[in-house]
Write a protein that binds this ligand. Sequence first.
Ligand SMILES: [Zn+2]
Length: 434
Amino acid sequence: MNDDAVILLSEYLRIDTTNPPGNESKAVAFFQKIFSQEGIEYKIYEPDSGRASIRAILHGSGKKKPIILLNHMDVVPAEKQEWSVDPFGGEIKDGFIYGRGALDMKSQGIMELMAFLEMKTIGRTPDRDIIFLATADEEAGGTQGIQYLMENHAKDFSAEFVINEGGFGISGFIPERPVFMIATAEKGLCWLKVRATGQPGHGSVPHGQNALEKLNAAIYRLLSEKSAITLTPIIQTYFNNIGTAWSFLEPFIKDQKPETLETILNQTGLIQMPQISAMLRNTISLTQIHSGDKVNVIPASAEATLDIRLLPGQSLEEFLHQIRDKMGDENLQLDILTQSEASTSPPDTPYFQLIEESIKQQYPSALVTPSLLFATSDSRILRRHGITTYGFCPAIIDLPEIQRIHGIDERISIESLISGTSLFKKTVKKLCME
Ligand SMILES: [Zn+2]
């Protein structure tokens, strides 16, 4: 059965679902074939040609409310010439399965599928309906996927609990203990366009009204100072949990003061880790600048885009005020291109406990903690509908491997896939039969 996971993932990775354009219908056909063979009830939703999602259901006794195993089928583009293997070749070598989506998140899709199919083979009626849902368009915001589904077919997804992407088991973070992050929250997002205008002119006669220079100076002022540290409740819990393994966090465990944590993170240099920094701050990344098209012409306008991520509980309006103040140029025009609020599910639920129990069954020394996803996922839409949603991928990944997500030579080890599949089966069984 475990080898099935490897074969299926390799096959699944060969389906090119690069978004845009997505072509998720091809991946839907892959799942449809399996559900038909197994005699499992399924439904396909296709808001636009090629942009399909699929839902399969195992009916339970109704003793408990339904749960959803959620995964997205689309992947971000891969620059083939940068890769050492074909990103859509599903190649297996040196104990790894390679391909765009190997971590984000076709592997979890297969683990969910295997756990779902296992519940059918057990031959006992589960206590609740189990829904397998593979969506389109997550990587581009979900308009053709989860947003469409929740706006038009919400009754098909009236679940009490959802497992989605967002948290891995990590090795190499704490010596000899895997750390399982369960993402109970994710950051908010705001994409902002900043526009400067000035006077055009000949490059040989600088006049101090150069739009690009104005923009450049304002962005420099903005980015030369990091935003302040904020200790949100979820990150407080996170460091309290990690503190059971990192003894240098002891002073913070005792007094729970944000300034104590900040001092420790500074002293240990941990604050320099981009991931630790992003847990504690609203972040800004400068991602695009457009201006000018000739080397000897002073441009009349210049535009930059900023990718802003906000911690849960933070006001976007207030943060935009701070941004304006730091840039120190009131003539700049700021336009919000897109935004979405941070989303949170409570971490103190029976679901969390059950997941933790199943992890500890397989890895007695594991450290399990709620965590915050920095990016956005389909979870935010479900949380908006009041559904408790956790990001939980039961595979253990080596810390450096995480860099391959959206990067080059994305891969998952066969061992991680097999042990992750086994843990996913335990978890779903616990949620539905015990
Ligand atoms: Zn993803």
